[in-house]
Ligand binder design. Structure first.
Ligand SMILES: [Zn+2]
Length: 492
């Protein structure tokens, strides 16, 4: 009976995110050991269940190692990475002999002293199993792919879609290629190429927009049998590390030269449309003006720069400052926004409902890109901060913002919350007694996902060019370590 070891360590690093990622961060999502991999995923449609389904069906003995996940956050501490990887490699060593190794990785993980975490991880796995053993790897489309990863893996398969709708299927594709390799049907050869450009996530989707043509050509190459798998890696853009860029990885049967030629062709196509991928952003002051000059209707504005879904602390005061400069506190119609600051929420709670307070909000965590702002307002409401989501796709799920205080600054309602939960649902405001239909303007700390849920109630949706760790304007991201020239920072 064939034996295949499986494992997964996934985290998307945002090097601009203020808080480092630790074992606790992984534990707060999931960290599974050994046989827990068979039960811990429940009904989740992700890569590891995809591996397991394919291998079970083929009557392969599965050797489960470790599986850990953390959502977008800051760099991993060295001790966290070492502990996770040591656990993986120790279990693998103990399980030998195996016929192959399947790993589901994100691909954009960075350690505080090592930008290419997956490269280091795969090098360690390769050292244990030797040069001949097939190692198959699945990656997120936002992976920062490196030659070191390709050298140490036998083949690499990425998600085809962004938004990610084929995560389980990617696990299936990767496991099938492993079986085909072990059964001698294919001899996978894997090529990588990169282009010096970084695309804003706002406009780098694969099923619509400028990148679709490149994704379609990739699928066509696979269908025609010219290649086994082609993967585009537009990369998670908020990583200030060397060699950041658009990657393409192609797996072809037997011929590395064929794989390389196809990879170059796809990368050239992507490079040619780089200017079309620039996001449609509105200056922050302009977005506020549009909303308040409209005689009626709700304008929902994505505060793309401070999105917790991308690892931001949601505590940037840039939007609040701009609102006060514009005079939204004196405007006829209301404005709603949030800021994450647990200390400030507690101060407001201490003052009590109906009391006026002067206090500092923001930048308790993200101290690099702004300073706390002193404001005066009235505590209008205090809430536990949990609410049921009502929007498409997430109806019935509970979100938790922790202790939340609604502070009225004239006609601005500032929701000071304690936890940086994703801002994906209108119930976030409705649950605090804030009626969106009566407002001129509501800010949402999200670059694109909120469109599905806020779209039906908004008269217009804009994405603002706002500061913060998930800034959508690549020219304004405070890169210092990336390799230059890099488009669009440099005109190339
Ligand atoms: Zn992704």
């Amino acid at each position: 009976m064939m034996r295949i070891a499986i494992g997964s360590l996934m985290q998307e690093t945002n090097t601009f995110a203020p808080v480092k990622t630790t074992l606790e961060t992984f534990r707060s999502y999931y960290l599974l050991y050994g046989d827990e991999l068979f039960t811990g995923y429940k009904d989740a449609r992700v890569e590891v269940p995809g591996f397991i389904d394919v291998l079970h069906e083929a009557n392969v003995e599965i050797v489960p190692l470790i599986a850990g996940f953390a959502a977008s956050s800051g760099v991993l501490t060295r001790s966290t990475f070492d502990e996770l990887v040591n656990d993986l490699t120790t279990r693998l060593q103990a399980a030998l002999p195996v016929d192959g190794v399947l790993l589901a990785l994100h691909g954009a993980m960075s350690v505080e002293d090592e930008p290419d975490a997956e490269g280091e991880m795969l090098e360690k796995v390769r050292a244990i199993v030797g040069l001949e053993m097939p190692i198959g790897v699945s990656l997120d489309l936002h992976a920062h792919v490196t030659p070191r990863m390709v050298e140490n893996a036998t083949f690499i398969v990425g998600y085809q879609n962004y938004p990610h709708t084929d995560i389980y299927e990617t696990g299936v594709r990767t496991a099938r290629l492993m079986l085909d390799t072990l059964q001698g049907r294919y001899q996978p050869k894997t090529a990588i190429t990169k282009r010096p450009m970084v695309l804003s996530a706002v406009n780098a989707r694969t099923l619509e927009g400028p990148l679709k043509a490149v994704a379609d050509t990739t699928r066509e190459m696979e269908r025609s049998g010219r290649i086994l798998h082609g993967s585009l890696f537009p990369v998670q853009p908020w990583m200030d590390i060397p060699d950041l860029g658009f990657g393409v990885i192609v797996v072809a049967d037997k011929s590395l030269a064929d794989a390389q030629a196809s990879a170059e062709e796809l990368a050239d196509m992507a490079w040619a449309i780089r200017a079309d991928c620039e996001p449609d952003l509105v200056a922050l002051g302009e977005a506020i003006r549009i909303a308040h000059e409209a005689p009626e209707g709700l304008t929902v504005v994505g505060d793309a720069g401070d999105a917790p879904s991308g690892g931001a602390a949601a505590d940037n005061v840039g939007v609040l400052k701009a609102l006060l400069e514009y005079g939204a506190d004196r405007a006829k119609r209301p404005t709603y926004l949030t800021i994450c600051d647990s200390e400030a929420a507690q101060e407001a709670a201490k003052a009590g409902v109906g009391k006026e307070i002067t206090f500092k909000v923001g930048h308790k965590l993200s101290t690099m890109d702004g300073e706390p702002l002193t404001i005066t307002g009235r505590v209008r409401l205090l809430a536990e901060g949990t609410y049921l989501m009502t929007g498409a796709g997430s109806t019935g799920l509970t979100m938790n913002n922790g202790l939340t205080a609604v502070i009225a600054i004239g006609n601005i309602s500032l929701c000071v919350r304690s936890l940086p939960a994703f801002e994906w649902d209108p119930a976030m405001y409705a649950s605090l007694g804030l009626d969106l239909r009566g407002a001129a303007l509501a800010f949402v700390k999200s670059p694109s996902h909120f469109r599905a849920t806020f779209g039906p109630i908004a008269d217009r949706i804009l994405i603002a060019d706002t500061p913060g760790p998930t800034c959508a304007n690549m020219r304004k991201v405070k890169f210092t370590r990336v390799t230059r020239p890099l488009y669009p920072l440099d005109e190339i």
